[in-house]
Design a protein around this ligand. Structure first.
Ligand SMILES: Nc1ncnc2c1ncn2[C@@H]1O[C@H](COP(=O)(O)OP(=O)(O)OP(=O)(O)O)[C@@H](O)[C@H]1O
Length: 313
């Protein structure tokens, strides 16, 4: 088996074409133990193809991918029981009952988790005897998550895992992924179109487009690098003179409002802006009410790097 240097996934110059469509065009990234890494990209960017190669479902045309130390081109059979997968739309056996499916999955793994407790966790204990085909979309997705971790896997692949879930289901799935990975040597790779999900769940994100890596890093580092800047505004007395604020770093405008004024600031970095604002407040004694601080988000970075055009229109 390949010696991996301790990484959970290592992708180097990975390539895959479908006819003339180059879905993955030289992609490289790593996933370390303890990480939840998000693959973000517009429709058709090559995320699912990459995931399917790493899950052993598709063969790459070129490059190298190691999963739990195993070269995917040699087949993932030796590490299969250490991997859990939540596919984009789960093709579950519709005629089986929830309980039967859970028993079947647990049989396939050497160290399965308690199936009853797992069904309880995903809110499906009362559906144990129900046929899978009778479940709602969100219930099926929660079942898919429970089945994916039934074998106690070290590595989880999640392809748009919360696309069908309500806010409660989404929060539950986030908790389950965090619990599985945080403070353990395990890891997860997920794709999502939700910037909120990426920001909430991922220790690092890789932004891809046209099968290529555009940027990789923690959400905060990507925001700092690609969309630095902070906006601060607050309300103050209506008669406050503009000269009071004009000397403060980042001052933009004084906006008259009924009975008061709103003052706007913007600066590349928030901390010095707040410091000079506080110093000016001490010197001039103006009121600061309804302070609001806004930073750029991962969504701003995503749109900056991948543009605003629709991809599959
Ligand atoms: N089985 C296939 N046969 C032919 N072309 C394919 C196939 N699967 C994907 N493609 C093409 O490869 C490219 C990458 O598709 P892929 O599904 O990997 O993207 P994605 O980033 O997962 O997109 P989405 O966000 O829409 O799920 C697209 O142009 C797609 O049309």
């Amino acid at each position: 088996m390949d010696n991996f240097g301790g990484g959970m996934i290592e992708v180097q110059d990975l390539r895959k074409s479908y006819g003339k469509t180059q879905a993955v065009a030289g992609l490289s990234f790593r996933v370390e133990p303890g990480e939840v890494v998000g693959l973000l990209g517009p429709n058709g960017a090559g995320k699912t193809t990459t995931m399917e190669i790493l899950e052993g479902l598709r063969r790459p045309d070129g490059g190298r991918a190691l999963v739990l130390g195993r070269d995917v081109s040699k087949g993932l059979q030796p590490v299969r029981t250490r991997i859990g997968i939540v596919l984009q739309s789960s093709a579950l056996l519709e005629r089986a009952t929830v309980g039967e499916l859970m028993r079947l999955y647990r049989l396939m793994y050497p160290e399965p988790q308690d199936g009853t407790a797992l069904l309880q966790r995903v809110g499906l204990a009362e559906k144990t005897d129900a046929q899978v085909g009778s479940l709602s979309g969100g219930q099926k997705q929660r079942l898919a998550m429970a089945l994916a971790i039934a074998g106690n896997p070290d590595l989880l692949f999640l392809d748009e895992p919360t696309a069908n879930l309500d806010p409660q289901g989404r929060a539950l799935l986030w908790d389950m992924v965090r619990e599985r990975v945080a403070g353990t040597g395990r890891a997860a790779l997920l794709t999502t179109h939700s910037m909120e999900e990426a920001q909430a769940l991922c220790s690092r994100v890789a932004i891809v487009d046209h099968g290529r890596l555009l940027a990789v890093g923690t959400p905060a580092a990507l925001v700092n690098e690609h969309c630095p800047g902070a906006h601060v505004s607050f309300e103050t007395e209506a008669q406050a003179p503009v000269e009071t604020f004009a000397g403060v770093e980042g001052f933009q405008s004084l906006e008259p409002q009924p009975g008061r004024s709103r003052v706007h600031f913007a600066a590349p970095r928030l901390e010095p802006l707040l410091a000079s604002l506080m110093a000016a407040q001490v010197a001039h004694g103006f009121a600061i009410e309804n302070l609001s601080v806004e930073r750029s988000t991962l969504g701003d970075v995503f749109l900056k790097l991948t543009g605003r055009e629709l991809r599959d229109a």
